[in-house]
Design a protein around this ligand. Structure first.
Ligand SMILES: [Zn+2]
Length: 298
């Protein structure tokens, strides 16, 4: 029996602004930990967010470069969760009214891995997007032997989330998608998209089903990929793992997995039962705007 893979990507892109999304703290990679913070990005009581207009402009520009529809009205929401990397206990994000919807990323021949360029399954393919929304990045945790340190320099950095339709059918197409997207983001000067610096990070949703089955298989998510070649290898591993399981007659279930690059395999992180409920609601501090908002432009 033949099996088909269906892949969708969620890509997080750090914007190249000079200051953070809701405060004037500078954005700088590699600075001494906890030197670029203020009451807003530390979530201190009483601190209020002030929108970064340049981050809005860059997100809309990305939407225009990718042929998206730009929302005439949008809003920001609170995504509630309790974790040390987000001191407010919520992240300001966009839930049901994102800045950009639809759009697409064209996969050029030269964006495929070199060894796959002679054998492109669907030349001139475009991968359609669901949405692009704007949110704030969280702090970065460093796990030491007996303790964990947190660097809040990254907390509050403007972050775009770009979500594709589940239209990618191979690890090579996922590679081409990320390569094309990265080129467009760099060309538009909205991000340096350096994956080694965490400026572009990717979650992959992948499911496998028998060719004759119309319904998609169980959606398995691989979290926090930080290299394009890693995405290709992780997807290849995961498609093979799921195919083997189906051939054995096993039933796959929705789960979240991590990628161990050194071992070259994915591992189970959590199953559907432990999925988060973020209890989104509109952020009363970052109000709906119609072109005129309280903002700073750096
Ligand atoms: Zn700050």
């Amino acid at each position: 029996m033949k099996y088909l893979a269906t892949i969708g990507l969620e890509v997080h892109v750090q914007l190249k602004t000079r200051s953070k999304m809701f405060c004037a703290s500078p954005v700088e990679f590699g600075a001494t930990p906890n030197t670029h913070t203020c009451p807003v990005c530390l979530g201190l009581p009483g601190a209020l967010p002030v929108m970064n207009q340049e981050a809005l402009r860059m997100t809309v520009l990305t939407g225009l470069m990718l042929d998206c529809d730009i929302a005439p009205i949008c809003k920001f929401d609170r995504k509630n969760y309790f974790y040390p990397d987000m001191p407010k206990n919520y992240q300001i994000s966009q839930y049901d009214m994102p800045l950009c919807t639809n759009g697409n990323v064209p996969l050029h021949d030269l964006a495929y891995p070199k060894d796959a360029q002679k054998n492109i399954a669907t030349p001139d393919k475009q991968v359609h997007l669901v949405r692009i929304h704007l949110e704030e990045d969280v702090a970065k945790s460093f796990h030491f032997e007996a303790s964990t340190g947190i660097d809040f320099n990254r907390a509050g950095t403007p972050l775009m989330e770009i979500v594709t339709q589940p239209e990618i059918n191979s690890p090579e197409e996922a590679f081409a998608f990320l390569t094309s997207l990265k080129q467009i983001l760099i060309y538009g000067a909205v991000s340096d998209a350096d994956m080694e610096k965490g400026q572009l990070r990717c979650d992959c949703n992948v499911s496998v089903r028998p060719e004759k089955q119309a319904e998609l298989g169980a959606k398995i998510e691989i979290k926090n990929m930080n290299s394009i070649s890693g995405v290709r290898r992780a997807l290849a591993f995961e498609i093979q793992r799921q195919t083997k399981a189906l051939e054995r007659g096993d039933k796959l279930q929705q789960e979240t997995r991590g990628w161990d690059d050194a071992a070259g395999e994915t591992f189970l992180m959590r199953t559907k039962e432990s999925a988060h409920d973020y209890r989104y609601f509109p952020d009363p501090d970052a109000r709906t705007f119609h072109g005129s908002i309280s903002s700073h432009a750096v």
